[in-house]
Design a protein. Structure first.
Length: 160
């Protein structure tokens, strides 16, 4: 009996993946979306407002807030009330926002509300009189920055 050896080549049973080149996440994402989704995304981007905080030198500290609540005058509006003190010092106006738990129970919502207020106030801080110490206290949750902006303009007109 004669024994022979056979050499068998290494044959892989798995299918090899063909390289398609680098894929960008947005290409993968857009591939599965209908055409009208792009229109919705652009509308969402229009609504997004970059919320930047007011600098620390233009915000009221805790001691001043306590003083404002004890001695200050009040202006009431539908969205919030504005408590303030006019001092005779030539410093820039210092204004803060307060969002109580009655307005929004989640801290995330209260913080976003305050940030939205600071973003709008940043545009209009120059119109407030020098030496003003003030606090905006939200009465209800307001998601629309335009309404907040209109009420701040009304307050500026009443103070000046």
């Amino acid at each position: 009996m004669l024994y022979t050896t056979h050499h068998v080549a290494n044959i892989s049973t798995k299918k090899e993946k063909k390289s398609q080149g680098p894929r960008i996440f947005s290409q993968i994402q857009n591939k599965n979306r209908p055409e009208c989704a792009g229109e919705k995304a652009s509308k969402r981007q229009e609504k997004i407002i970059r919320l930047s905080m007011l600098s620390k030198k233009n915000r009221v500290d805790k001691k001043a807030v306590e003083r404002i609540f004890k001695e200050g005058k009040t202006l009431n509006f539908s969205c919030f009330s504005f408590r303030f003190i006019l001092t005779n010092t030539p410093i820039s106006p210092r204004i803060s926002f307060v969002a109580p738990k009655d307005v929004a129970k989640l801290a995330v919502k209260r913080n976003s509300l305050r940030r939205r207020g600071y973003a709008v106030l940043k545009k209009h801080i120059k119109y407030f009189p020098a030496g003003l110490l003030g606090v905006f206290v939200f009465k209800r949750y307001q998601d629309d920055a335009l309404i907040i902006e209109n009420e701040i303009k009304n307050i500026v007109n009443k103070i000046n």
